[in-house]
Write a protein that binds this ligand. Structure first.
Ligand SMILES: [Zn+2]
Length: 179
């Protein structure tokens, strides 16, 4: 069957299709940028090459595809027990091949996360399925809370607000009755 487009037209059509098909990490980046967060991409020397690195927040964000990184994948454990899938299912054909491949990916992911955590980084994993239109805002709101929690802990490390912790706690609450 011949293509009804010239190569140049075909290229244009395909690039248009791709651009409408927003990649998961792009959704995260757009949200963060739109909410005033700044980040870096493809930072070299950071374990696991996180999709987004936010130095100010000591946070590395991984946006993981559910299949390749095995989100809630259905496993057969060594004693033959089945863990149920809640996200992506492994094809029945060549099942062992896929299980091995995905498990290796998961092990490598875990090693990278541990390495980052050992160095004081917060690791946030966002799954592709958590970026669907109906849950995107909720997911990103939780990410925002985690970022700010980390920022607060970094801030307090350098400038602890001692007066707050020592004195405020001893004061009676405004609504409390004096006995
Ligand atoms: Zn998923």
């Amino acid at each position: 069957m011949t293509d009804r487009f010239t190569p140049a037209q075909r290229h244009l059509v395909m690039s248009h299709i791709r651009s409408r098909n927003t990649k998961p990490e792009l959704k995260v980046r757009q949200w963060l940028w739109g909410h005033g967060y700044r980040y870096r991409l493809n930072v070299k020397g950071v374990p696991g090459k996180p999709d987004i690195v936010m130095r100010k927040y000591h946070t590395a964000i991984f946006v993981n595809g559910c299949f390749w990184h095995g989100h809630g994948v259905e496993w057969k454990t060594e004693n033959g027990e089945r863990k149920t899938a809640n996200c992506c299912k492994i094809p029945q054909t060549n099942r062992d091949f896929w299980v091995n491949k995905i498990q290796r990916n998961q092990q490598r992911d875990q090693q990278n996360y541990e390495l980052l955590k050992d160095n004081g980084w917060q690791v946030i994993v966002i799954w592709e399925c958590q970026l669907k239109a109906n849950v995107l805002n909720r997911t990103m709101y939780e990410v925002e809370l985690l970022l700010n929690e980390k920022l607060l802990s970094l801030y307090q490390k350098h400038k602890p607000a001692i007066y707050y912790q020592n004195e405020e706690n001893n004061l009676p609450m405004a609504a409390e009755k004096n006995s």
